[in-house]
Design a binder for this molecule. Structure first.
Ligand code: TXA
Ligand code: MG
Length: 357
C-alpha cells in the first residue's frame, strides 16, 4: 500500500515531512518532487535501501544513483579529492539542477554507486526535497521515480502510474518546474565533462570556470564507445509508437509533417504530431499535441515527458515531432527527444521535395 500525501511547497507541513523522513531512516522508499523530475528517495548510506530502489524501478543495478544533499558541508562526508572549481560551481548552481561526480568516500556503499568508486551528488532547490533530505539524515539517493524504460515523472500522478504498490509513500507537491533531469558534470576529469545535458548548460559553465568538455558519445547514435554515465546507454524510453524527428527549417518541418499526416489520414492510420503553440494552427490532420511555446523553451522542457506519456494512451503507431535548436535548454530537449526516437530523424526537405506544386 502506497501512502499519498499532498504537500504545499509554500507552506510545508512538518508532520508529513517527519513521517516521510522516518520512513527513509527505516530504509523505506519515498517518492518526492524536485525542481527537475520526481525522485524515488532512499537512504543513500544504507546498502539495502539501494537494492529496494533498483527492484521497485526494475532498473539494472549497474546503473548508479544520485545522492541528494541539502547542505554544502555534507558534500565532504561522501566525496573525497574534491577539486577547487567545485566551490565556484556550487556557489552558482547549487541548490539547483546540477549533479557533480566525485570520488566517493567510504561512507557511501557500492550498492548506491552501482559498484563505482565515484559518487554523483546533487543539491536540489525544491523546498520539499530539501526538508525531506534533512529529515532523513542528510543523504538521500534518488533516481527518477519512474519504472525503468518509461519517461521520467513530472507529476505525482506519473509516479503513481508506475510505482503504486511498490513504494511506501509519494509526496505530491504538484507539477515540477524544469521537467528534464539535472545536468551531470564529471568533476573527476580536467576540464570537467558534461555527461548528461540539462538546464545548466555548457555556456553557463563556461562563464564560471571556463570551457568544459562534453561526452562525445552523447552526440552521435553509433559511437563505438558507451556513454560515460552508465544510465545514458539505456534507450531510456521507447514510446509505444515509433517517434520520428523531422528536421529542417521550421517552415519546411511544418509542410513535411502536414503532408505526412494528410497521407496517413487517407490511409486511415492517423499519426501523432508534437507541435508548438506557434505551429498548432497549421495541422489539420492527425492527433496533435502542444508541447509548449517556442518563445520560451522552458515550457517545452516542462511538458515533454508528459506529452510522451499521453501519446502512449493514444492509438497511433507513428509520432512526428518538430525539432528544436540545440542551444540553451534546447540541447537537453533534443537529447531526450533523440533518445526517445532511437535517433530516427528525417530531413523535412526530403518529404517536401516529393510534393507536387
Ligand atoms: O534531476 C535528476 O538528476 C533526477 C532527480 C530525481 O534528482 N535524478 C535522476 O536520476 O535523473 P537517474 O538515476 O534517473 O539518473 C542518474 C544518471 C544515470 O544516467 C546514471 O548512470 C548517472 O546519473 N550516474 C550516477 N552516478 C554516476 C557516476 N558515479 N558516474 C557516472 N554517471 C553516474
Ligand atoms: Mg532516470
Amino acid at each position: 500500500e502506497t501512502k499519498i500525501r499532498k504537500i504545499d511547497k509554500n507552506q510545508i507541513d512538518k508532520n508529513i515531512i517527519e513521517e516521510a523522513g522516518m520512513l527513509l531512516r527505516e530504509g523505506k522508499l519515498v517518492a518526492f518532487p524536485t525542481e527537475t523530475v520526481y525522485g524515488l528517495g532512499a537512504d543513500a548510506l544504507q546498502e539495502e535501501a539501494a537494492r529496494k530502489t533498483y527492484e521497485a524501478k526494475g532498473r539494472p543495478s549497474d546503473n548508479p544513483l544520485i545522492v541528494h544533499i541539502a547542505d554544502y558541508e555534507d558534500l565532504k562526508k561522501i566525496a573525497v579529492n574534491i577539486p577547487p572549481e567545485t566551490d565556484m560551481l556550487a556557489a552558482h548552481f547549487w541548490p539547483g539542477p546540477l549533479t557533480m561526480i566525485f570520488q566517493k568516500s567510504e561512507e557511501v556503499p557500492y550498492g548506491t554507486t552501482g559498484g563505482l568508486d565515484t559518487v554523483a551528488v546533487r543539491m536540489p532547490v525544491d523546498p520539499i526535497a530539501r526538508a525531506l533530505i534533512r529529515a532523513a539524515g542528510g543523504f538521500v539517493s534518488a533516481p527518477s521515480a519512474n519504472t525503468s524504460g518509461r519517461p521520467s515523472p513530472t507529476t505525482a500522478r506519473h509516479v503513481e502510474e508506475d510505482l503504486s504498490g511498490k513504494i511506501d509513500m509519494i509526496l505530491d507537491g504538484g507539477p515540477v518546474d524544469i521537467g528534464l533531469e539535472s545536468t551531470i558534470l564529471d568533476m573527476t576529469v580536467s576540464p570537467p565533462m558534461i555527461l548528461r545535458p540539462g538546464a545548466v548548460t555548457a555556456e553557463m559553465f563556461k562563464k564560471v570556470i571556463g570551457p568544459v568538455d562534453i561526452d562525445q558519445t552523447l552526440l552521435s547514435e553509433n559511437s563505438a564507445q558507451p556513454p560515460k554515465a552508465p544510465g545514458m546507454k539505456y534507450r531510456h524510453y521507447a514510446p509505444k509508437a515509433k517517434l520520428v524527428i523531422v528536421e529542417g527549417d521550421l517552415r519546411e518541418e511544418i509542410l513535411a509533417i502536414r503532408q505526412l499526416a494528410y497521407e496517413a489520414d487517407r490511409k486511415e492510420h492517423p499519426v501523432g504530431i508534437i507541435a508548438t503553440n506557434e505551429t498548432l494552427p497549421f495541422y489539420n490532420h492527425g492527433i496533435v499535441k502542444n508541447i509548449g511555446t517556442r518563445e520560451n523553451e522552458k515550457t517545452i522542457a516542462r511538458n515533454l515527458y508528459g506529452v510522451l506519456r499521453e501519446f502512449d494512451e493514444e492509438d497511433v503507431d507513428t509520432i512526428y515531432s518538430e525539432s528544436f535548436a540545440v542551444q540553451g535548454i534546447g540541447t537537453a530537449i533534443m537529447n531526450r527527444l533523440e533518445k526517445a526516437a532511437g535517433h530516427v530523424r528525417i530531413p523535412a526537405s526530403d518529404i517536401v521535395k516529393l510534393q507536387k506544386y
